[in-house]
Design a protein. Sequence first.
Length: 231
Amino acid sequence: MQLKIKLGHGHTRDCWLHPADNNLCVKTARADKFKYKACKTAEILYFIRHLRFRPSIKDVINDMRREAEVYKIINKFLPGRAAKIYENLIETDKGLGLVCELVKNHDGNISPSLDKYFTSGRDTQKLLTGLNWIAKRMIMRDLFFLDLNRGNFAAKTLSNNKIIIIIIDLKSLNRAGEQSFLHLERIFAPFARIIMYRRLKRLYRNLNLKFSLNKLCRMKFFSNFIVKIRV
């Protein structure tokens, strides 16, 4: 399958329009990230700085397979609020790809990420109800998404002009990335809550929105100690 129209990119992946279905997209490893091998000294410095080795194409592909498994779990807790992910990876001219739903508004236009929504100058207060809905359920159900940047969510406008928030990147469930210590957030729930609550507040702040869920965060903080949802 040849991928021709790039829709955007993240830290390690490119997002392409599916050539056979404009309601789908295909995520592949970013060619510019993995086209060369870093020297041994650079790899050692990276490990010292991040306490892990630099990700490889194999890591990205494993994350895509894991993300398909995460979707099956999350869709039960947040039905309709995570972009659909198809289980089997496909062969493309850019390497193995993950097929996902391309989130669209009621008028057929592609729903913008929260980052694009914000930078376009639109009124972010219209996002508050939808963001609160999904944030409350993350907190109550211990869905520990630990990478909450604006690019991981889309703002979908319905026919009644209501905006709902759709998660378009699921790979950070129980994973804090480079800034965690010994990956304790994957096991110890209060530690995961510290990370998630802090990053939720930062997401709201980066959208110029008021975070009003502090009471709920305090109520849930010591509700249990072991991360129950494992992938």
